[in-house]
Design a protein. Structure first.
Length: 227
């Protein structure tokens, strides 16, 4: 399959533009994000017990979950998105270039972050090589239509029983609701949040985050032996 949907494609002159190139970067950032809260808690507790640092650093335990979430999101967020031949869509990220193989997508999700008067709307693409990238529009483009067209075309050309997990919100953006509901398992429903959950997400995240943050703070003080 070739990317000839009307979007401009480039020839991969760089050997680094190949499937799976960004897998190691994703693994490193994922491990960092998941390990940061427990490692910070233990490290600060030991340092405080040894009298090497002030126990004020224990308050950092409240921030580590938020830092982990930001790392998971922004480490995969891409810009300068370019369509290459051989079904590759490459984007620059904070950890380097990440080419995602559109012909071997396994998950397609959607990220919607409400801002002042607008919404940051992006697709979350994961392929069989373990590469994940969050994209919106092609380099130099002013609309997300080209990225949507490329991803939609790649999904429609997948074989029967490919089993690509497509969230309801992503299917709505790509116009693939009927395809996801078909019984051929080319695409299957992915995990999705209900509309009211998305609308109340800031409040719900706050209600979840505060107990977690205070719980880590208390654990930090207990582990450090501080009053």
């Amino acid at each position: 399959m070739a990317l000839n949907s009307g979007a401009t494609t480039a020839s991969p002159g760089n050997a680094a533009i190949s499937p799976g190139t960004g897998r190691r970067a994703r693994q490193v950032t994922d491990w960092f994000a998941w390990l940061l809260p427990p490692v910070y808690l233990v490290a600060t507790a030991l340092l405080v017990q040894a009298g090497l640092v002030s126990d004020a650093l224990v308050f950092g335990n409240m921030a580590t979950p938020l830092i982990s979430v930001l790392v998971l999101f922004y480490a995969s967020t891409g810009w300068h998105v370019t369509a290459y031949e051989k079904d590759l869509l490459s984007a620059r990220t904070l950890t380097g270039g990440r080419p995602v193989d559109l012909a071997r997508l396994t998950k397609v999700g959607r990220s919607e972050v409400a801002g002042q008067g607008s919404t940051d709307d992006r697709l979350i693409l994961t392929d069989a090589h373990g590469v994940r990238v969050i994209v919106n529009k092609l380099r130099g483009g002013h609309r997300d239509a080209d990225v949507d067209r490329l991803v939609r075309r790649a999904l429609l050309e997948r074989p029967i029983d490919a089993g690509v997990a497509v969230s309801a919100r992503a299917a709505e953006r790509l116009g693939l609701e009927d395809e996801v509901r078909r019984a051929n398992n080319k695409m299957v429903p992915g995990r999705s949040l209900r509309g009211w959950v998305v609308g109340w997400m800031p409040i719900l995240l706050t209600l979840v985050y505060l107990p977690v943050g205070f719980g880590l703070l208390i654990l930090g003080y207990l582990a450090a032996g501080s009053p």
